[in-house]
Ligand binder design. Sequence first.
Ligand code: SF4
Ligand code: MG
Length: 329
Amino acid sequence: SGLKKHFPLRGGFLGGVTGYVYAVDGVSFHINRGETLSLVGESGCGKSTVGKAILKLFDITDGQVVLDGRRIDNLPAGALRPMRRRVQVVFQDPFSSLNPRMRVRDILAEPIRNFGLARSRAELEERIAALMDKVRLPRDAVNRWPHEFSGGQRQRIGIARALAAEPELIICDEAVSALDVSVKAQIINLLQDLQQELGLALLFISHDLAIVEHMTHRVAVMYLGKIVEVAPKRQLFAAPRHPYTEALLSAVPVPMPGAQRERIILKGDVPSPINPPKGCRFHTRCPYAFDRCRAEEPPLRQTEAGHWAACHLHDLPAEQNPLAGAKGA
Ligand code: SF4
Ligand code: MG
């Protein structure tokens, strides 16, 4: 809620703070138990920083992170452990996120031991075997080293390690981005099955809307440190209410021949998060920008049930609003 993370920039003669990277600048959303929320946007928009803030990998600048009604962003180090068990992460790179000097057994045993989830050697072995079953790897593979596995298999080990802690929320930060297309699909299917089986909540961070389409319940779109649109998946894909989402969607292939959306090519690059544009942060690239956009920041507002967008177009009469009404697929 109201999450901000500003990284100080240091420089000059005295090494003092000369400015800030406004990486995350006032982001609010919720994830329900058992739900997948996808956080999408181009690289550098702040989505990974949001994930890291939830994991408390650093102190946040402002706002709150609340788990089950309890604030967790300001917990003292000693009180962090139960929270760390409940919120786990799967990283993008299955090659660097597994310790090459540990066998799979030890990689999986570590969280089980750390969180006191096994009372005996036998129970530990049982849990490890069950985790291998869950991610559909052969049980005897626990004796092997990470380098003996393919990228997809390593990501299965990464998922098993996350599951070992019995979390309620898993943050998947570009968890399938480094994998080949067919392997991607397998890992997405696995995550979906596990979610249903275990009632997990997933925060699925991705730059790729095409991947998100197959696995998410809701989507939040980020641009330059802010959420510009949040909606249930079908609504977002059928009728985006923010020009940035519309442009991102125009690049997603449509499976029906002849149904391809017209590709919207945005002008320019994403501006620097050190000096974000005034008013609407998207105005320098928005095909619909008008005067008000340069002066006034649009708040996230509900355009229909559960669908939120931060865009001044929705203040205009419907006939002047290119993003009003039914659209798309
Ligand atoms: Fe574009 Fe203006 Fe809407 Fe921003 S507020 S997305 S600049 S139309
Ligand atoms: Mg990232």
